[in-house]
Design a protein around this ligand. Structure first.
Ligand code: ZN
Ligand code: ZN
Length: 660
């Protein structure tokens, strides 16, 4: 309430100033005091806001004084907000205004800084800065491609946020997918642990569980939001969550308002008109926000190259019903663990067909646990059975739900396909449904699985045509609908490879956004937003940090190059002992190899190599004590030339010297 009143006061103040510049400051203060009297009355009538605050009058007279200080705009807002602090700060403020803050200074600027998710699909994270305050939207991961040998995860480079950690006022999370929450524990190793996380119930539960894997990092305060929740963060930010549809429950768009402008971030979205959970897109609020005016729209580009409308998630339920009706034996379904709506539909169809369900895959078990506890998954009593007990039921009374839609080598489906699974052996009559499309790069692994399953005479359902998968992201027509609802002055496609951003740019032009008002940015770009418009202005540090085991960022291109060499031609270790005074060879060299040649069958080559090295080492005449580097390089040279001649391979060669 206080906020609204403040705004009105400022509006009136603003109008007055524009109308008559010759009015004295004293007149203005008088007029303002009039308004304030009314406001104080209102304040007094709201007990929880006034109790304990002894002198509301004084607060307001101070406010008037400061607000009329035109010369020092910065000071004005700081004080002004300070007075508001007890009412709204950090709390969910249902009455805070969005899209209404008056831009009284055209020089006032905010910055949108994408730190991930541009020119890539994954590790989404965006910082928004106004003066000395920053908020963060999402903090995701991207899974490594084949070139990143042995790397577990790729997370954003948090340098910019670490360097500005005293400014960060909140982390706002759109939904609970890995590419939006996966790096949160790593982020909190770099920023203040007191920064709260805001998100939907399921999002927060999933985010919290991420901390279990990072020992020693405790989850920060988490604040649950709902559709239309508004949060006052710091002195300047008002953040509103707006319900959207996606492939997971609790997905929201985020509208960020500061005195410099309004930025709307769609998050991941599709427009599902028949949502599985009955919770649809909040079109009314989207239109309202668009009506009030959005300076910059950031919108999901994942499917910007796909024509038309993405089918509703409900259509997948229909396809599942058909497949279940046809199946004679066991049914094995591979699905994404995070696809909560899909999981519910599989449960529903299994129930209709009287099938028990067993689950395999750590991530699936975790999501089942969390989502059912929160009431987002409705599992009939007695439906879940253990994998080991599957054989106790008739084949046509069983569904096995597992991970591995992407052909991940250790995932359940891959182990089943390779006949390496402890409990499940594929047999004729089994139906395997792969409820996903391969992410680019995973096609080969997925088709290997399919081939192996077919060899075991299973029925395999995997084609998109079968309708057993639809995307969670909106296609071109949904992107157009969003652009039409929000009607932004400026537009910036996000979440996607460069070509996807470009396709989204074309779509936006078709809806009437001038090309010069579309910003194609990169990770680390700074986009300045003011009442004058939006434009690229400078860069900050951004990029990728590799995570391997417990190590974060300790693996760079040198280690990766080594891993590549090891993976291609293996390693040869040459061990020999020298006299520490004379440098004379005392014993060896002994040669051990891994991944290079099979030693038992290559005795000859190794013996000959050892002799060649020995001969060269015996003839070193200008050895000065401790010149190990020279001896090592001799051994390395001789060995690599010899092995290359014999095998045309380039193994990594590691000489090891011992002294006696
Ligand atoms: Zn998502
Ligand atoms: Zn995403």
């Amino acid at each position: 309430m206080l906020r609204k009143e403040d705004n009105r006061t400022i509006v009136q103040e603003h109008k007055r100033k524009n109308a008559s510049n010759n009015k004295t400051e004293v007149d203005e203060i008088k007029a303002k005091l009039k308004n304030m009297k009314h406001e104080i009355k209102e304040l007094k009538s709201t007990p929880n806001e006034t109790k304990g605050k002894t002198k509301p009058k004084k607060i307001h007279s101070k406010q008037v004084k400061v607000e009329s200080d035109e010369k020092n705009d910065k000071k004005k807002i700081v004080k002004h907000a300070k007075n508001n602090k007890p009412v709204t700060k950090g709390k969910i403020d249902k009455k805070a205004s969005v899209g209404q803050i008056i831009k009284n200074d055209p020089k006032d600027k905010m910055y949108v800084i994408p730190l991930g998710g541009l020119e890539e699909v994954g590790k989404n994270i965006t910082a928004i800065q106004y003066r000395d305050e920053i908020i963060i939207i999402d903090s995701g991961v991207i899974f490594p491609d084949d070139n990143l040998l042995g790397i577990d995860l790729v997370i954003p480079d948090f340098t910019f946020l670490a360097n500005n950690k005293d400014k960060i006022k909140g982390l706002f999370v759109t939904h609970g997918h890995e590419d939006h929450i996966g790096s949160i524990p790593y982020l909190y190793e770099k920023i203040d642990k007191k920064v709260p996380i805001y998100g939907g119930k399921l999002t927060l539960a999933l985010a919290k569980s991420k901390f279990e894997n990072r020992l020693g990092t405790r989850p920060p305060k988490m604040k649950e939001i709902k559709g239309r929740s508004r949060i006052k963060a710091g002195k300047y930010f008002t953040v509103e969550f707006i319900k959207i549809t996606h492939s997971i429950t609790d997905a929201y768009s985020i509208c960020v308002t500061t005195p410099a402008g309004v930025v709307f971030h769609t998050g991941d979205f599709k427009i599902d008109l028949t949502p599985v959970d009955g919770e649809g897109v909040d079109f009314a609020r989207l239109a309202e926000i668009g009506q009030k005016g959005v300076d910059l729209l950031l919108s999901d580009s994942t499917n910007s190259e796909v024509e038309g409308f993405t089918p509703s998630e409900k259509s997948v339920g229909v396809a599942f019903r058909n497949e279940f009706a046809k199946a004679k034996g066991r049914i094995i379904v591979a699905a994404f663990a995070s696809h909560v709506h899909r999981l519910q539909q599989i449960i529903d169809v299994a129930k209709e067909h009287n099938r028990k369900m067993a689950i395999d895959g750590r991530s699936l078990v975790k999501v089942f646990e969390i989502a059912s506890k929160l009431g987002y998954l409705d599992i009939p009593d007695g439906m879940l059975v253990s994998l080991a007990d599957v054989d106790k039921y008739n084949d046509d009374n069983v569904v096995i739900l597992c991970t591995g839609t992407q052909g991940e080598p250790m995932a359940a489906l891959s182990r089943i396909a390779k006949n390496m699974h402890r409990h499940i052996k594929i047999k004729e009559g089994d139906t395997v449904i792969i409820s996903a499309t391969p992410i680019p790069g995973n096609e080969k692994a997925v088709s290997n699985n399919i081939n192996n399953l077919l060899k075991c005479d299973a029925e395999v359902v995997f084609k998109k045509i079968a309708g057993i998968h639809v995307s969670g992201h909106g296609s071109k027509d949904e992107q157009k609908l969003m652009l039409n609802l929000i009607k932004p002055k400026y537009f910036m496609p996000v979440h996607g490879e460069h070509k996807m951003l470009r396709a989204h740019q074309e779509t936006a032009i078709q809806t009437g956004i001038p090309k010069e008002n579309i910003i194609i940015a990169q990770n680390g770009s700074k986009i300045e937003v003011s009442s004058q418009g939006a434009k690229l202005k400078g860069k900050v540090n951004a990029g990728s940090v590799l995570v391997d085991g417990l190590g974060v960022g300790d693996i760079g291109h040198i280690v990766l190059r080594d891993r590549q060499q090891l993976s291609q031609d293996g390693v040869v270790v040459i061990v020999f002992t020298i006299d520490k005074v004379t440098g004379q060879l005392v014993s060896g060299p002994d040669i051990v190899t891994r991944g290079f040649v099979y030693s038992k069958e290559s005795d000859e080559i190794i013996k000959e190599a050892s002799l060649a090295i020995k001969e060269r080492l015996m003839n070193v005449d200008n050895y000065s004590a401790k010149d190990w580097a020279m001896l090592k390089s001799i051994a390395r040279d001789v060995a690599s030339k010899y092995f290359y001649n014999k095998t045309k391979r380039n193994p990594m060669i590691l000489p090891i010297i011992m002294e006696v």
